[in-house]
Write a protein that binds this ligand. Structure first.
Ligand SMILES: Cc1ncc(COP(=O)(O)O)c(C=O)c1O
Length: 502
């Protein structure tokens, strides 16, 4: 389409649209989102007919007595969702509902990895929608370490020649890799037969395969909150009703778990006990025992996500995995992404014996197996684990400490605990709204993740995740920009709608 669909489109004026919108702006959440939602309701009711050309952002902002950036962000969001279209010279108009884009799966992960309109990868060099100078603290993942570069940079990985004589379909995964992972499980106190392991395309696919087997639309699943955003998208995709399990400085508050599972009839529980993403907390042994006991007592499947486990920043050993503490259905998910490199896309799931057949069958249907070349590399990296983890600790400890010190100096009202592992600080703002502030921080050149993007029911509205994945100079730059943004930040407190009308 090259312009609005009507020959003589209705042109809505700023003041009139502001009156209609103001009556719909109740509720909480960032103002731009309330403006966007209000406009959708007006379109749904026919108060703003399809094809209507909307006022320019500045005119509507003036009439609503809000900042221009609020209206710009609301329009951008509506465009990304397919409710608005614009063209230079024709303005911005309301689209026909049947032209809305198909349902989009990547709700939480989309904001980390995709551009605002969902059309390109967000940080793809030269193409994404982050400005080139942006300091990106939004993604919790590191570039390859020197040892990882050396291993992946070799033209012919050892073991390749033998592998090439095989036809190449191994849905359960390369035996050498499963043996290496089983060895690592045993070191952590979890006796594992390599046949209990299925290799997956990242831990993310492991989570998706488990969800596919356990969740029917409408089922309750208990999810710690905050959590890793990919998990929220996977559960949403399978129609789960997420029940929040709060997290404190010792990880998920498992004393609430038994009652939550009983009350909601949850089929699945998800926890990240080892350097939890985003808080970095380590769940103590007593809490792990509680989870194992609930898994045994109730007919509930537990996922323990160990993707962050290897990123310890102290010498304290991790308590044993939950799956080693009972006979319940506990599945452990792991990955090469955080210690080694996310681009490998190699993860795994360790299942109880009763699950092996169905897990293997689900993986086979999903994709007939993950890349064997990547698994060869992954096996070698696990054998060189000590070298890589030493490199990781040497880069991460100074970064974590620098970020903490810089924040304390420049933003003393922000609060956080310094984590024992993982890749991020989980910061509480003293007031305001993290989503609004994250938008503002982006316009000051720093990308951070607001708490609601990592939370069930858009919770943790005053929290931010700041990943210490860039070098110390960039961290300094990021904190200076965050301080600048914070000084400029004026929270848009929920206001009575009458005050918004000019
Ligand atoms: C806790 C957690 N689990 C799983 C994943 C996904 O891992 P992978 O890249 O192996 O799919 C991540 C990535 O951020 C994570 O933080």
């Amino acid at each position: 389409m090259i312009g609005p669909p009507l020959d003589e489109p209705i042109h809505e004026s700023g003041p009139r649209l502001a009156v209609l919108l103001a009556a719909e702006l109740g509720g909480d959440g960032p103002l731009y989102r309330r403006v966007a939602d209000a406009l959708k309701r007006l379109v749904d009711r026919g108060d703003v007919p399809l094809g209507t050309v909307l006022p320019a952002e500045r005119a509507l902002a003036r009439a609503l007595a809000v900042s221009r950036s609020t209206v710009v962000t609301a329009y951008d969001r509506l465009k990304a969702e397919g409710w608005l279209e614009s063209r230079r010279g024709s303005g911005t108009w309301v689209r026909r509902p049947e032209e809305r884009r198909p349902r989009v799966d990547a709700v939480a992960t989309g904001r980390l990895f995709l551009s605002a309109d969902g059309q390109v990868q967000r940080s793809e060099p030269g193409r994404g929608d982050l400005l080139p100078d942006t300091v990106d603290l939004s993604v919790a993942a590191l570039p390859a370490s020197p040892t990882v570069r050396a291993v992946l940079g070799r033209p012919t990985p050892p073991g390749l020649a033998g592998l090439l004589d095989h036809h190449g379909y191994l849905p359960q995964g390369l035996p050498e890799l499963r043996a290496a992972v089983a060895g690592r499980c045993l070191e952590r106190g979890l006796a594992t037969d390599p046949d209990q392991l299925v290799v997956t395309t990242g831990a993310h696919q492991a989570l998706s395969l488990i969800a596919r087997q356990t969740i029917q639309p409408g089922d309750a699943v208990v999810v710690e909150t905050p959590t890793f955003p990919g998990l929220l998208d996977v559960f949403r995709r399978f129609g789960a009703r997420a029940v929040p399990l709060p997290v404190d400085e010792h990880g998920a508050r498992t004393e609430l778990l038994d009652e939550l599972v009983e009350r909601t009839g949850a089929r699945l529980v998800y926890v990240g006990p080892d350097h939890h993403n985003p808080t970095g907390t380590v769940m103590p042994l007593e809490r792990r025992r509680l989870v194992a006991a609930v898994a045994e007592r109730r007919d509930v499947v537990v996922i323990e996500d160990q993707a962050m486990a290897e990123l310890a920043l102290t010498d304290a050993p991790l308590p044993p995995p939950i799956s080693s503490l009972g006979e319940g259905q506990v599945l452990s998910v792991g990955s090469t992404a955080k210690p080694y490199w996310a681009g490998l896309r190699v993860g795994w799931v360790r299942t109880p014996r009763a699950w092996v057949v169905r897990m293997l069958s689900t993986k086979t249907v999903a994709d007939l197996g993950s890349s064997l070349l990547d698994q060869l590399h992954a096996a070698e990296l696990i054998h060189r684990r000590d070298e890589v983890l030493a490199e990781r600790r040497a880069e991460l400890v100074p970064r974590r400490d620098r970020l903490a010190a810089a924040l304390r100096a420049a933003l003393p009202t922000w609060t956080f605990d310094v984590p024992a592992g993982g890749l991020s600080l989980w910061v509480q703002l003293p007031h305001g709204n993290a989503e609004e502030f994250a938008e503002l921080a982006l316009s000051h050149g720093v990308a951070v993740v607001p708490g609601p993007a990592l939370s069930v029911d858009d919770g943790n509205r005053r929290a931010l995740r700041l990943s210490y994945v860039v070098d110390v100079d960039e961290l300094d730059r990021a904190v200076a920009r965050l301080a600048e943004a914070w000084a400029a930040y004026q929270p848009s407190a929920p206001r009575p709608s009458a005050r918004l009308v000019v």
